[in-house]
Design a binder for this molecule. Structure first.
Ligand code: SF4
Length: 319
């Protein structure tokens, strides 16, 4: 166990030190597998999960990892969400806890304003000590009501804005949150150098984002894909009573339906929260490779320049 910890710290240091271009090159695949395996062997102490409040989006990014350009206009079922929160909160007594909930999508601010407030209140009432954030593209943030901002402040919600090359005044978003005394941050390691994205170099997005394509034939080694995957053991998705290993499994239905494909999701790719005995059981199941990982070509990452989706399958699959 001690050796595992030393290896994990060593790989973490290398990961933080190397630029993405080098770290994701073929040369470093063996190291990434070793790092992935040590990271996956470290079961998480706490559960974190994402919740799609809206499945569709108003940004329509090419190669969207959540398949939002392919999703029909659809929103969270608030009654089911409340039951799910109650179920997960009940499991905390069995050990472990929930350290983060991300309310996102799609674009979460597309939800009806009153329902959005209800989602925030439900989340906070069941998880009083959990970090809760809303991750948004920011397009609708400045249209929000005083009630929304008051609700975010009183419920200690962190607003996270993912920066895209849209015509948004990101400084204004920051100022609005500050004025309402609401926590605010940009997602990732973003340094804004101008008021308007249009003045920023487009290369920014390709530097900050790699696509790991889908192998629709499912010929990849799931263990290897899981070890190389940055989403594994982290990006759990709560959808109507089930916690999925990641967004790709949870929303494969949109990819399948739009392109008439059959990426198969089985009971081994998620856990039914109503059948779980504890948070610990959930964490143990979700850290392991899932059968669905065979669809992910994790050693074939390519830089993607941001653009609007044309809803073509080539945006998601291997060349
Ligand atoms: S299915 Fe497995 S390898 Fe693919 S993105 Fe999800 S966790 Fe990663």
């Amino acid at each position: 166990m001690r050796i595992n910890s030393i290896l994990f710290n060593m790989f973490s240091f290398v990961r933080k030190t190397l630029p993405d271009d080098i770290y994701y090159s073929r040369l470093f695949i063996p190291l990434r597998i070793m790092y992935g395996e040590t990271a996956k062997n470290k079961k998480r102490a706490y559960l974190r999960f994402d919740v799609h409040i809206a499945n569709h989006c108003n940004m329509n990014c090419k190669s969207c990892e959540h398949f939002s350009p392919l999703a029909p206009k659809s929103f969270i079922d608030i009654k089911k969400y409340e039951n799910d929160c109650s179920c997960i909160a009940g499991l905390i007594n069995g050990g472990g806890g929930v350290d983060e909930i991300s309310l996102l999508g799609g674009e979460p601010l597309l939800l009806n304003p009153q329902l959005l407030i209800d989602v925030i209140k439900i989340s906070r009432s069941h998880f009083p000590d959990t970090a809760i954030n809303i991750t948004t593209n920011g397009l609708l943030l400045n249209n929000q009501t005083e009630e929304f901002w008051n609700c975010c402040r009183t419920n200690n919600i962190n607003i996270i804005v993912s920066v895209y090359p849209a015509n948004i005044d990101h400084y204004l978003l920051m100022d609005t949150a500050k004025k309402h005394d609401v926590q605010f941050q940009f997602r990732g390691n973003v340094k804004l150098v101008s008021k308007n994205w249009k003045e920023l170099p487009i290369e920014f997005m390709s530097e900050s984002w790699k696509l790991f394509p889908i192998d629709v034939e499912g010929r990849q080694n799931p263990k290897k894909s899981n070890a190389l995957c940055y989403a594994s053991n982290f990006s759990f998705q709560l959808v109507e009573g089930k916690l999925y290993k990641c967004w790709r499994v949870a929303y494969a239905k949109y990819f399948n339906s739009y392109f008439n494909k059959q990426l198969e999701v089985t009971e081994d790719d998620y856990i039914d929260i109503y059948k779980a005995a504890s948070i610990d059981e959930i964490l143990e199941k979700l850290r392991k490779p899932a059968p669905f990982c065979r669809y992910c070509k994790m050693d074939g990452g390519k830089a993607v320049k941001w653009g609007k989706s044309k809803r073509e399958i080539s945006e998601w699959v291997a060349d």
